[in-house]
Design a protein around this ligand. Structure first.
Ligand code: JHZ
Ligand code: SAH
Length: 395
């Protein structure tokens, strides 16, 4: 029996965070076929074609964690918890981006790893100790020599972006003290399947972890999950608290609960993924029909939040500038550029949605609560949103 199942084909896709300038939209874009596979032995879900870290994360990287209040609050709450519960002497963050997590700690207590020099510059300016390099063995050795071991490592939305997990966890093992804690936060495969958020798959998300797949990976490195928290962040994420096997920390009941939830849903079985892919095809049809209907009624449609996730949706469903007039986004590095593949202009968000707009496609659906609060006026005046999760509809 074949061990790997290619269960989802999301068609030709560009690099999700590669926003185009005026010159670039005239040129042919680099595209690849986005296929997602399930490994029935390791239970790992991953994308088939991958790109080098350098191609994806370099000095032109546009993503900034600080663009949402939701993330800032989440990082602040976690930081308070870490200070209270673990009282770490030294914290290492892998994928520190613009310092949204780090800034909650004393500067002399933290080390940030952020390979995108344009983003790393921001924390350096804030006088944080950040290193513009990719996480891995050489860097771990360097840090070990300079600072010794650390007792807390945090990495959100980053480990799932690194292909060579062997290098990632060997390097973590090297630098984490024996009683130290590793906290990993990434989108939950269970929630992705439940909420039909197929847009969690794009070139940067090499893996979408389940508890069971991560447990399988970690045991090779004598690492063990001792607690799991389910978060609403990014449409359903898991925060895994991990220890060295020999550490005296107790394994909490949330671990067993998460494992049984995933097994009950069938995250270890091929059929679960085949069924998911059928739902994704239905979702595509429905979303296209909603857009077509709105267009036939001459509605003015715009996008809100030019996300990496929306790159997958727009290219998979072939929705371009003939349907969506423009996107609004608060990120400076995305403004006045065009969405990858579909070439829709991204405009600066100036504090409100224009009165002429009838319907807004919510690219940043994961921040729906935050955005709806901000756009009360638009909603009050009858403005509507198109959302694709858990199923495409107008709300
Ligand atoms: P957001 C990126 O994904 C890429 P994206 C990456 N691979 C990943 O895993 C996650 O981040 C963590 C804008 N916005 O966070 C800001 C507004 O304009 O969903 C952002 O451009 N107004 C590393 O891109 C985008 O939406 C607002 O009020 O899918 C949100 O991007 C808010 C709240 C956001 O991540
Ligand atoms: N942790 C933040 C940022 C997530 S974006 C948050 O949760 O909001 C992912 C970040 O990981 C990017 O800033 C990217 O540059 C960084 N990254 C990607 N590959 C990396 C690697 N090999 N080592 C360290 N950081 C990496």
């Amino acid at each position: 029996m074949k061990k790997k199942l290619d269960f989802l084909d999301l068609g030709q896709q560009p690099l999700a965070n590669y926003y185009l300038d005026k010159k670039q939209i005239k040129k042919k874009e680099k595209k690849y076929r986005l296929i997602v596979s399930f490994d029935s032995v390791t239970k790992i879900v991953s994308i088939k074609k991958t790109f080098s870290s350098k191609m994806m994360f370099n000095n032109k990287y546009p993503y900034r964690s600080s663009m949402s209040k939701t993330m800032q609050t989440s990082f602040k709450n976690l930081s308070d918890k870490i200070k209270k519960k673990f009282k770490p002497k030294k914290i290492l963050e892998i994928g520190s981006n613009d310092g949204s997590f780090l800034k909650n700690f004393n500067k002399n207590k933290t080390i940030g790893i952020e390979p995108c020099a344009n983003v790393e510059k921001i924390t350096k300016k804030m006088k944080f100790n950040t290193i513009p390099e990719y996480w891995g063995n050489n860097l771990a050795k360097k840090i070990l020599k300079k600072f010794n071991q650390v007792d807390l490592i945090y990495s959100a939305n980053t480990i799932s972006h690194i292909k060579n997990l062997d290098d990632v966890f060997k390097s973590i093992n090297l630098i984490l003290s024996n009683e130290g804690v590793l906290i990993i936060e990434d989108p939950s495969l269970l929630e992705c399947l439940k909420r039909n958020t197929y847009d969690q798959f794009y070139n940067e998300h090499i893996y979408v972890f389940s508890f069971i797949s991560l447990e399988n990976i970690l045991k090779k490195y004598n690492l063990e999950i001792f607690k799991v928290e389910n978060l609403d962040i990014h449409g359903g994420s898991n925060r895994y608290f991990i220890k060295k096997k020999k550490s005296k920390r107790k394994v909490e009941s949330s671990v067993k609960t998460q494992k049984s939830k995933e097994l009950k849903y069938g995250l270890h079985k091929k059929i679960t993924f085949i069924k998911f892919s059928e739902r994704v095809k239905e979702s595509k049809k429905k979303l296209i029909s909603i857009f077509n209907k709105c267009k036939s009624q001459n509605k003015k449609i715009i996008g809100y939040g030019a996300t990496a996730k929306s790159t997958t949706i727009l290219n998979y469903c072939m929705i371009d500038g003939s349907t969506i007039d423009y996107f609004l986004d608060t990120t400076k590095d995305k403004q006045n550029k065009y969405t990858p593949g579909t070439k829709i202009i991204i405009k600066k968000y100036n504090g409100s949605i224009d009165k002429s707009v009838d319907i807004v496609f919510l690219g940043a659906w994961n921040f729906k609560k935050e955005i709806f609060k901000k756009e009360k006026k638009f909603i009050k005046l009858g403005g509507k949103f198109i959302i694709h999760t858990p199923y495409p509809r107008i709300i």
